[in-house]
Design a protein around this ligand. Structure first.
Ligand code: CA
Length: 231
């Protein structure tokens, strides 16, 4: 049975989420404070943590940092809709995904399922990734579209490798810029837009109806190939 650590200080919301999760055969450990969240997480039982960022004692981001110091378990954060920068900080601090309040409980469950599905894949990523007519050979650094080699620049290839090796995971602009361009490029999101646009064009992807790379406006990008419900 999958165990969810639910961290939410609002008693009504906590109860509603607990009931809903239990009705889907999830085992739920629920706590109302950051302090308790760290204690329960350190016990090693939970498979995934749903973490409200607005907690009464320790800031949710700090809880995330403390838990990340000893655990790689997937974390989905709950944030208020006007707190865009908080979402980005949480993703950069190691959250796997976020859900904006107020949210539909089904949406949260879908995120929980999608995140849990990715966990076994986060070990070795297959070196050969095939999506319809696109073939990406990470070991040989070769990409073909419908059997024809696609010429990618080093930057495009580096970006593609990062996306492909984190299937389904929302990667922030800052993370991608730092990894591909290096320290000091964390805010050059226009670079990213240009390079992602080129990648899409070369791989036959369409930003309006993506099958490979999904844009999360203002936040980052997600490799969605093979995901059942990328939403
Ligand atoms: Ca709260």
């Amino acid at each position: 049975m999958t165990t969810i650590l639910l961290v939410e200080d609002d008693p009504a919301l906590r109860r509603a989420l607990r009931t809903m999760m239990r009705s889907r055969d999830l085992h739920v450990l629920d706590v109302a404070t950051g302090q308790d969240a760290v204690v329960v997480a350190s016990g090693g039982t939970p498979d995934l943590m749903v973490l409200d960022l607005g907690l009464p004692d320790i800031d949710g981001l700090e809880v995330l940092r403390r838990v990340r110091a000893f655990s790689a378990m997937p974390v989905i954060v709950l944030t208020a809709h006007h707190r865009q920068s908080e979402k980005i900080r949480a993703l950069d601090a190691g959250a796997d995904d976020y859900v904006t309040k107020p949210f539909d409980t089904e949406e949260l469950l879908a995120r929980v399922r999608a995140t849990l599905r990715r966990v076994p894949q986060s070990n070795p990523v297959p070196t050969l990734v095939q999506v319809d007519d696109v073939e990406i050979d990470l070991a040989r650094r070769r990409v073909t579209l419908d059997g024809t080699p696609v010429h990618l620049t080093r930057t495009e290839l580096a970006l593609l490798e990062l996306l492909v090796s984190h299937p389904g995971k929302l990667l922030t602009q800052e993370f991608l810029l730092r990894e591909v361009w290096g320290q000091g490029y964390g805010s050059e999101s226009n670079y990213l837009r240009v390079y992602v646009g080129q990648l899409r064009k070369k791989l036959g992807d369409d930003a309006a109806h993506p099958r490979l790379i999904l844009t999360e406006p203002g936040i980052g990008y997600r490799w969605i190939a093979g995901e059942e419900d990328p939403a």
